[in-house]
Design a protein around this ligand. Structure first.
Ligand code: SF4
Length: 74
């Protein structure tokens, strides 16, 4: 299976909380109220996303007001 990794460009996060609210298993707000991706608290800001959740993560990418969630190369 191809791995896909998602990261957040924190400088552009508007702290809207949408991604963390909709997909808390992959996004959380840090101590500065900026989003970061994760896998159960690990892989901070380089979360590995299984294929069955690619569409859900893509939806957060498409809806992010800061346009700051990105698929990242390994
Ligand atoms: S949806 Fe985008 S702007 Fe909103 S908290 Fe997540 S990364 Fe930040």
């Amino acid at each position: 299976m191809t791995e896909r990794i998602v990261s957040v460009e924190k400088d552009d996060c508007t702290s809207c909380n949408a991604c963390a609210s909709n997909l808390p298993r992959y996004f959380q707000m840090d101590e500065d109220d900026l989003s970061e991706s994760h896998n159960n608290g690990q892989n901070l800001n380089r979360a590995i996303i299984p294929e069955e959740d690619w569409d859900a993560v893509q939806n957060e990418i498409d809806e992010c007001p800061g346009e700051c969630i990105h698929w990242t190369k390994k």
